[in-house]
Design a protein around this ligand. Structure first.
Ligand SMILES: NC(=O)c1ccc[n+]([C@@H]2O[C@H](COP(=O)([O-])OP(=O)(O)OC[C@H]3O[C@@H](n4cnc5c(N)ncnc54)[C@H](O)[C@@H]3O)[C@@H](O)[C@H]2O)c1
Length: 355
């Protein structure tokens, strides 16, 4: 698919990245700092965050790169992250928030499906650990909730304009979510991670409609396939041995396109090895035309378009109905009250006589 964009549109933007001390978050920061953005990395790992920040500053020669300690599972820490970011931002606002921090705690996944505690006899059985949900779901919900507060306050920004004929540089209001192939398919044995990433896709599918309407905020998601990064643990690598992995540069490219092009709203990009994809269903099967030729191939493709169109129409009609109902309720309510007032003496007399 065509991912052409003007990197100059990233210049001057203030971009917050959670989980920015390593992996995709650090790579996003390096790419966007090199393009002239103010990059604010938040991460629970202070030493890695400070090191990455110094490295990005040196390589990009951009001093507007900052690190703030952030634990996405802590509400206080997230509020502090956003408040400090606003202070550090040269224009006093936030253009893009990337909800990137994510973990997959494999032992926790095993313990969930094979309970180790004697729940019948233990006098005080501990609750199961759900760190993966805390970071990937609660953490993302906190980040997005705060983004929905701060982005519309970005000075000189206006409502997103997906219908604009050209991308616009300058102030923006953008939330970028990090889903996964686990948003689209179950990763058997990795239940909490799959649940969390399905939930992030659900968040995207709701907000892609309501956030532009309610707050003028555009919302996009990147769903990487298993990508060759630190995140990939040895057992997954072993299971996938002999098959191609996704490349981090494709994830960076997809995210950069979504950040740079202000018209991107409600877009869901999947990245992965050069697999064949049925773009209408999201199935990673070999797709052939009538003559048996493969008809789509590429490391980045759009997914879930098939449900966006009906969902868009459905939602637009729903909203239309809501507006009609609100207007009608005003008149109906008035008519009801007037009828009540006019018939009140008659009803009173009727009530007295029937006692
Ligand atoms: N790498 C892959 O194969 C892959 C595939 C699909 C989706 N993803 C998603 O991409 C995102 C980034 O993954 P990655 O591969 O760069 O991972 P990574 O492990 O390299 O980096 C994740 C970063 O998040 C930070 N972090 C963890 N818990 C945190 C917390 N409570 N508060 C703040 N920061 C915290 C870590 O310290 C780390 O710096 C995740 O959401 C992940 O689920 C990754």
């Amino acid at each position: 698919m065509d991912l052409s964009y003007d990197p100059a549109h990233i210049q001057g933007k203030t971009i917050l990245i959670t989980g920015g001390a390593a992996g995709f978050g650090a790579a996003f920061g390096a790419r966007w700092a090199a393009a002239g953005a103010t990059v604010i990395l938040g991460d629970i790992n202070t030493s890695a965050g400070e090191k990455v920040t110094a490295q990005i500053r040196e390589e990009s020669q951009n001093q507007n790169v900052h690190f703030i300690k952030l634990d996405v599972t802590s509400w206080t820490s997230q509020v502090n992250f956003f408040r400090q970011a606003v202070e550090l931002s040269p224009h006093g606002g936030i253009d893009t928030v990337v909800a990137n921090a994510g973990i997959n705690d494999a032992p926790e996944a095993t313990a969930f499906e094979k309970p180790q505690v004697d729940y019948l006899n233990d006098p005080s059985p501990p609750a199961p650990s759900f760190k993966t949900l805390d970071v990937n779901l609660t953490g993302v919900m906190y980040t997005v909730h705060l983004a929905l507060f701060f982005l519309p306050k970005n000075p000189d920004s206006s409502n997103c304009k997906p219908e604009s004929p050209t991308s616009e540089p300058g102030r923006d209001r953008h939330i970028l979510l990090l889903g996964s192939v686990a948003s689209l398919h179950p990763l058997m044995t990795q239940t909490p991670y799959t649940v969390s990433k399905h939930a992030v896709l659900g968040l995207f599918r709701c907000l892609r409609i309501s956030a532009p309407l309610n707050a003028g905020v555009r919302v996009n998601i990147v769903c990487p396939y298993y990508t060759d990064s630190q995140f990939m643990q040895a057992p997954v690598r072993a299971l996938l041995a002999g098959t191609p992995l996704g490349k981090p540069e494709d994830v960076i490219e997809a995210a950069t396109y979504l950040v740079a092009d202000s018209r991107c709203s409600g877009r869901s990009l999947v990245t992965g090895p050069k697999l064949k994809l049925d773009a209408s269903t999201g199935k990673l099967d070999v797709l052939r035309d009538d003559s048996g030729e493969q008809i789509q191939e590429g490391p980045i493709w759009e997914c879930y378009l098939h449900d966006m169109e009906p969902a868009d129409i459905f939602t637009q009609r729903m909203l239309g109905l809501v507006h009609v109902a609100i207007k009608a309720r005003g008149w109906i309510g008035w008519a009801y009250d007037m009828a009540g007032a006019l018939t009140w003496p008659i009803r009173q007399r009727w009530n007295r006589s029937s006692r």
